[in-house]
Design a protein. Structure first.
Length: 85
């Protein structure tokens, strides 16, 4: 899957090297990584997640993307999706 978005800051602009992501899996796994922003604050990265889920159960993934502006202020966005077995 591809995760994409934009970090916006009208005053100081995005810190291009401050991007990070975390994936939390209700099955107990987690994954972290870094990402780079373009000069306009856009980002896109690919994740490969195992979505195997036993029949009759659900598995939830929570993906958090964070970044900073050039003044050091932090922002984040979260998305969650559920897979049913």
């Amino acid at each position: 899957m591809t995760i994409a978005g934009t970090l916006a800051d009208a005053l100081s602009g995005p810190d291009l090297s401050s991007g990070a992501y975390t994936v939390q899996d209700s099955a107990g796994g987690s994954l972290t990584g870094t990402l780079a922003f373009t000069a306009t604050g856009a980002y896109a990265f690919k994740l490969s997640l195992s979505t195997q889920t036993p029949a009759g159960t659900t598995r939830t993934f929570r993906i958090t993307v964070s970044g900073k502006d050039k003044q050091g202020n932090t922002g984040s966005a979260v998305t969650t999706f559920t897979v049913s077995g």
